[in-house]
Design a protein around this ligand. Structure first.
Ligand SMILES: Cc1cc2nc3c(=O)[nH]c(=O)nc-3n(C[C@H](O)[C@H](O)[C@H](O)COP(=O)(O)O)c2cc1C
Length: 157
């Protein structure tokens, strides 16, 4: 029978399997940063939109306040080491593109990196945002999408 339970234990029971993504942002100094995220969703079909939820203490938050666009990348299994790197280190302390040896080509919207090994990429312009406790939800209008026919989607099990 369903019964009252504390939040961490209840969330632990439901949160896997989970899709994860990488969000590319542009640093205030002009170069690029990567963050591993689990909290994202599609929010509109027409116009196409994705929302990403970014902790206010993350360097990616500073980047999005400075430059109002992001690339949302869906990773392939080959990218698991990069997901770990980008989910446990801050762009304040390292260049994650160099540390993760990430190969990329420039996107079409603002030339933000599109990673060669990703299954898919959506190039988004931030059109709205809302504070959600200790995170900010950034809503992005998708201008361009990319798909790699040779790759599969990675999921955390
Ligand atoms: C599997 C996984 C999912 C994560 N999901 C999110 C998320 O949805 N939002 C967020 O702000 N941080 C999330 N994080 C934490 C950030 O990836 C992590 O704090 C990162 O080091 C922040 O990098 P930055 O300071 O360069 O922005 C996640 C980490 C992992 C490993």
């Amino acid at each position: 029978m369903i019964q009252i339970s504390d939040l961490p234990a209840t969330y632990a029971a439901v949160h896997l399997p989970a899709k994860v993504a990488l969000a590319v942002t542009q640093k205030p100094d002009g170069y690029y940063n990567l963050i591993t995220i689990e909290w994202f969703m599609r929010t509109s079909i027409q116009p196409p939109m994705f929302a990403i939820s970014i902790g206010t203490t993350r360097y990616s938050h500073d980047c999005l306040e400075a430059n109002r666009y992001f690339n949302l990348l869906f990773p392939s299994p080959e990218m698991k080491p990069l997901l770990t790197l980008c989910g446990s280190n801050s762009g304040r302390d390292m260049d994650k593109f160099i540390a993760g040896d990430a190969k990329w080509i420039p996107g079409k919207l603002h030339k933000l990196p599109v990673l060669n090994e990703a299954l898919a990429c959506f190039e988004c312009e931030v059109i709205s945002q809302v504070r959600s406790g200790d995170h900010t939800i950034y809503i992005g209008h998708v201008h361009y999408s990319w798909k790699n026919p040779d790759k599969e989607l990675f999921c955390y099990q």
